[in-house]
Design a protein around this ligand. Sequence first.
Ligand code: T4K
Length: 371
Amino acid sequence: MENKILVARSSMPSMEEYIEEIREIWDSHWLTNMGPKHAKLQQELAAYLGVEQLDMFTNGHMAIELSLQALKLPKGSEVITTPFTFASTTHAIVRNGLTPVFCDINENDFTMDVSKIEALVTDNTSAIMPVHVYGNICNIEEVQRIADKYGLKVIYDAAHTFGETYKGRGIGVYGDVSCFSFHATKVFHSIEGGAVCFHDKDFGKELYRLKNFGIKNEEIVDGVGANAKMNEFCAAMGICNLRHIDEEIRKRKAVAERYYLYLEGIDGIRLNPVQKEVKPNYAYFPVVFDEKVFGTSRNEVYNKLAQHGIGARKYFYPLTNTFECFHGRYDSNVTPVAVHISKRVLTLPLYADLAPEDVDRVCKVILKCKI
Ligand code: T4K
């Protein structure tokens, strides 16, 4: 049996580098609650991402969930969002007692179709929460224009966009709030982790309080917060990985380019677009299969790859507005393009150390599926 190839594989610093980084933690016995590693990573991340304000969290999900809470949107108000995303985006809205209103995506880059947002705005709308899905950047200008027109907050799920820039500026500067994931499977990771970039200092104070139980000081707890603090071992992993981030992205680019060599121009296969004015991070490699032209469906390609020990994934199928946990509360008929794409898309293995021979192996299985 050939070696297994999974959709992602965490990049690791050398063990020596990590041990060196955690030595001080051992000596100090300071393991969590915003210690020195936390402070160091926070400062380095703000510089790398080109943002002024940034706070860190246990994971990307809590970054989003607590950001929504810190924005103090009216309970029950509507947040216009996309169903073509990971569970986290929608769950964060619902867990805040807010109502997701699903906007369709555009067929080209899978981000929110901005031409459909305004029709969804009501008196009860409080925010727009788009996702820069796969690292594809939303139409930021149009989202902001609509938000300004109707007085809405903009919170970007930027989980997939670490290190990307748009028009030369770090992606975290756009909107009121941008939330990153530093999960083990991401371009940059701190084992588990996440960050929120923002502009408003008062929002930042509220967010900080919420990630630490709502504690103001030793005797005053004036917010119903959670525990979402990044610990020192995760921060140390982040510090190590940040030293290698440019190489990480360069290696990912080489993998993506090899996929392009095989798959570009094949009838019935559509690859992720190259976006203007965006510095990409090669977070994912989505491929859309048109069964009528390619001859084989996405599900059949998925099964064939699995038979060869290749774990491609159907990110993002099913759509979040069809999840069982919502008991039929939402109607995916209102997002037909998202339905269409989610039934046809497959994300192929992509990580820094994916060997060229392994890319070849993945592509040969896919090309053999073409009828
Ligand atoms: N918003 C969006 C748009 C997101 O995509 C996500 C997360 C979030 C918000 C929330 O951020 P976090 O709270 O997670 O920080 C994975 C990731 O766990 C998740 O972070 C990610 N999106 C999602 C798209 O993918 P699963 O359930 O598919 O992961 P899993 O365990 O199947 O792992 C996928 C592959 O990664 C494995 O086949 C092998 C590799 N892997 C996995 C782990 C856990 C490693 O190499 N090392 C590891 O430690 O969700």
